[in-house]
Design a protein around this ligand. Structure first.
Ligand SMILES: O=C[C@H](O)[C@@H](O)CC(=O)C(=O)O
Length: 227
């Protein structure tokens, strides 16, 4: 998986080919892309078609697409993964994604899960993409934790105040470690690692996955007592 950020400023910013890394003439020659705008309003151009993205809006671009980013105050987070097939480009408006309510205030893990690409209506080869927004007063995400034996998952924490941090827990269930992350920092979770976190203030995070399938429910819960 390739993880990146695009901050266009006053000019259009093309997605680099990175031929020395990917060995292809264009980044998406054999890959598909998920994008989330973590800044102010901007746009993404895919094969000449312009898509306007507000804060936390996303976009899926299929294999073979040519992509560029624009917007003076926009900031785009993107993830690409190898694609075995070509699927249509789709704008993923945050306001149009049905939230899934998770957790509870009592457990301090109340949050809304927005599944943008998850093997259902928006088709992809392997990429899954979404945003989870932790409710005010709650701190925990992805708790109780889980594992994905057949996928890698990447979290990027956003909308965190500069003085706040997220304590992100990783590692095998019986040997966890933590990272202290600030706004717009990402963490890659191998298939054997839990991925959960607790923040010192309100926050959201972008989750992106790729692996053997794109079945969102292909995960294994980890009991808290096994940590
Ligand atoms: O495979 C699922 C991903 O870890 C996230 O969707 C979980 C999540 O956002 C949460 O529970 O807070």
């Amino acid at each position: 998986m390739v993880v990146g950020g695009a901050v266009p400023g006053t000019a259009e910013l093309g997605l680099p080919a990175w031929a020395e890394v990917l060995g292809t003439e264009a980044h998406l020659e054999r890959r598909e892309l998920g994008v989330i705008n973590v800044g102010a309003a901007g746009h993404v151009v895919v094969d000449g078609e312009k898509f306007e993205l507000e804060h936390l809006d996303g976009l899926f671009a299929g294999r073979g697409s040519e992509v560029s980013f624009g917007g003076t105050d926009a900031a785009f987070y993107f993830v690409s993964a190898p694609a075995h097939a070509t699927y249509p480009t789709r704008l993923l408006s945050h306001s149009e994604v049905e939230p899934v309510a998770l957790g509870s205030a009592e457990a301090a893990n109340e949050r809304n899960l927005f599944r943008y690409v998850w093997g259902q209506d928006v088709e992809s080869s392997v990429l899954q993409l979404g945003v989870t927004v932790v409710a005010g007063g709650s701190v925990w995400n992805t708790f109780p934790p889980h594992l994905h034996a057949r996928r890698t998952e990447i979290y990027c924490y956003v909308d965190l105040d500069e003085q706040d941090r997220v304590f992100h827990f990783m590692g095998e269930p019986g040997a966890t470690r933590h990272l202290v992350l600030k706004n717009r920092e990402a963490v890659i979770s191998p298939p054997w690692s839990i991925h959960a976190g607790s923040g010192t203030g309100s926050y959201a995070f972008i989750w992106a996955m790729a692996g053997e399938n794109n079945a969102y429910t292909d995960l294994s819960p980890v009991a808290v007592e096994d940590l």
